[in-house]
Design a protein around this ligand. Sequence first.
Ligand SMILES: Nc1nc2c(ncn2[C@@H]2O[C@H](COP(=O)(O)OP(=O)(O)OP(=O)(O)O)[C@@H](O)[C@H]2O)c(=O)[nH]1
Ligand SMILES: C=C(OP(=O)(O)O)C(=O)O
Length: 224
Amino acid sequence: MDGLGWTLVVPLKPLHLAKSRLAPVAGETLRPSLALAFAEDTVAAALTCPLVRKVLVVTDDPLATERLAALGASTAADLPGRGLNAALGHGERIARAEDQGAAVAALNADLPSLRPRELARVLAAAGRRRRSFLADAAGVGTTLLAATPGMPLDPGFGGPSRARHSASGATELLLAEVESVRRDVDTGEDLRDALALGVGPRTAAAVRALTAPAGLRASAGSGR
Ligand SMILES: Nc1nc2c(ncn2[C@@H]2O[C@H](COP(=O)(O)OP(=O)(O)OP(=O)(O)O)[C@@H](O)[C@H]2O)c(=O)[nH]1
Ligand SMILES: C=C(OP(=O)(O)O)C(=O)O
């Protein structure tokens, strides 16, 4: 099933609420722009992956909707107050209403280091399983959950979702050289790790605008 064209469902909280754990690094003013930059770099990289047919962002944020649509993503309004897994289920239903045979994967919006070639490696492996997932860099959560045509996504994101997805019968994808797909950014330490890996241009610019830790600014050159 290497030839599958995937629809990626990318969930994104309203920016004023997103990435709350980055408040100590970014402050309340710059945190929303950092969250938007992560989402833009994630979506831009995903859209250039040859195995991706479509990126559908589920969000209620007007600025993110405008900016991500301008990059070439499709967008859908969230189900307000229902949370992350409901948003993913909503995106999955939209994708499959448009194309019953769609292969659908949920991808977090906080992967500023994402490299299209590494995403292609993950999606190619996911195409050989019915339902599968990739653990995050910490080995606790999940950055990507994939379901081939006819398989329900059945998302169980949030906190220790690696164990939850495994218990639900999804196959864990154990792959080398896919660090950029696993490198989600929740904390200042995660951001340092992402910068060391290389981030997309919007995240690099947003980090340079931070007035806080000089160590972060110094390593915020773009380049993945
Ligand atoms: N559409 C939508 N996306 C969500 C929702 N909750 C979380 N997300 C997104 O799901 C992904 C993982 O979410 P988290 O890391 O838990 O949340 P976050 O806002 O990124 O970070 P924290 O505020 O620090 O928890 C991110 O892309 C979020 O924007 C929701 O209720 N609706
Ligand atoms: C929602 C998740 O991510 P985070 O670690 O960003 O909360 C998850 O891994 O299931």
